[in-house]
Write a new protein. Sequence first.
Length: 458
Amino acid sequence: MSKIEVDTIAPQSGTTVTVGESGDTVTIPTGVTLDASNATTTLPANVVTTDGTQTLTNKSIAATQLTGTVATSNLGTGTADATTFLRGDQTYASATPAAGSITTTQLAYNPNSFRNIIINGDMSIAQRATSTSSITGSGYYTIDRFYLVNGGMGTWTQSQSTDVPTGQGFATSLKMDCTTADASPAASDELVLRQQIEGQNLQYLKKGTASAESLTLSFWIKATKTGTNIVELFDFDNTRQISQSYTISSANTWEKKTVTFAGDTSGVLDNDNGASFGVQFSLGAGSNFTSGTLSTTWTSSTNADRFVGQVNHADSISNEWYITGIQLEAGTSASDFEFLPYDVNLQRCLRYCWKHGGEASNQYLNAQGSYNDANYLAFGLVSPPVPMRAAPSVTENGSVIVHRLNTDYTGWNWGFITGVQSQSWFVSGEKASHGVTAASSVIKCPTTSDFLLYSAEL
């Protein structure tokens, strides 16, 4: 056998080199690497090896050139069949997990009930009113659990709207309608929609520890004005905050937005019924809140860094702003909105606000007269449907009156007897020289606009 040793074989002319003739066999010895990295065509179908140990590098082989059976041992460890899949580490795993082998931490989101930290995120409960106009200050106006901070930024009508994203399961949204514009806000002006949350409901987030949970916020938004908007998480216990931006891309179009906030390893939340945490949507802000650099990581709060880049939704009386489907949950992924039955959602809201009366005309409240003197009547014992967060305050809406023996007595100021608790109390009607006997006296709400509102809001 002849042996020729060369470094390179080049064609005499053209680009073709012929090795052997038809019918010849060219043998590639064991351990030789055939490098086809510079080839522009696939390997010919009749290139074979005698023992399968040769290595072909840097070259793909067409599927039509692969025939025969490949041993499982050459693909990875484990069993290859219809019930398995090949993992990235070249081992096989069962395609059907065993019962109980998947934990909630391995899922993309927490599947447990009440995973949504936000209460009434679908805007379905509005005990106070379904619409309030001429809003120039801060307060709770319509949708339960949502507080409007209006620091001198325009005049608004807030309402519970039936304008909702199509096909998403929502029936109501919160609407803000600008009726007096503020195109040039003062430095201290701000307009924020927020919900505050009790610290005892958030201990599982492990805030202030090395294991602090990330949080993902999702919501549906629609607005006349497009552009950059800011949403903020605020830690009221430790005066810390983090902001994220999102963009409203199309005017007057429902858009779903999702933003994720890193977990905060500083600042443990108080384990009590106080306002520890808040989610805050900005609708506009003056330079006191926009002149710095947006704080997209947890930090001690600096007002100038909170709402940087926020567009002004108060700059025109043509502006409207809608939101619904607000969900805040642990983790880095947003799950589908967690719809709760109406009665469950209402009970959660009743912890913070109870509308007593106003459900029908000439409604008599379940509070009997128990004591009287010349200037007031006491009624009780009043018990709310659920224990309230704390001892509530009471506000009269409309004209709540006293009724006794087919006679109505008007002109009362409503308050509490000393010692009000979160689960029961005596309510009192004050009126100088009223002349009414407590016996057989009851509280009456003449119309659906007349009621007593008990509030234990944060």
